[in-house]
Design a protein around this ligand. Structure first.
Ligand code: FES
Length: 114
């Protein structure tokens, strides 16, 4: 079944743990992250502070229970689940639904802000 709004990206197994990958989904640069516990997250690749497309190159970690990526530009951390900047609550980046279907990563539509 091919649900509307989901785009096939790549095999899950090619994603390196704790290293972002930049992909093109829905015509935009999207950063995909596979965490140490094999969860998947997808954020817009654009760092709103520096204006550079770099989030996929950021450092992945956790703050308490929150998985985040720290931008390589100014080190601000973004919640991988929502795109919320953990250092400035007025800022967020795009986040996308992401799933694995039969071993293939699929990116869904951009999420609405909660
Ligand atoms: S990434 Fe530079 S201020 Fe949050």
């Amino acid at each position: 079944m091919n649900d509307a709004g989901w785009e096939s990206i790549c095999p899950f197994e090619v994603l390196e743990v704790e290293r972002g990958a930049t992909v093109l989904a829905h015509g935009r640069a999207v950063a995909i992250f596979r965490t140490h516990d094999d969860r998947l997250f997808a954020l817009g690749n654009h760092d709103p502070f520096s204006g550079a497309s770099v989030l996929a190159r950021g450092i992945v970690g956790t703050r308490g229970d929150i998985p985040f990526v720290a931008s390589p530009m100014h080190k601000h951390a973004f919640d991988l689940r929502s795109g919320q900047c953990l250092d400035d609550e007025s800022v967020h980046v795009a986040s996308y639904d992401v799933r694995v279907v039969e071993g293939v990563v699929e990116v869904g539509p951009r999420r609405e802000l909660a």
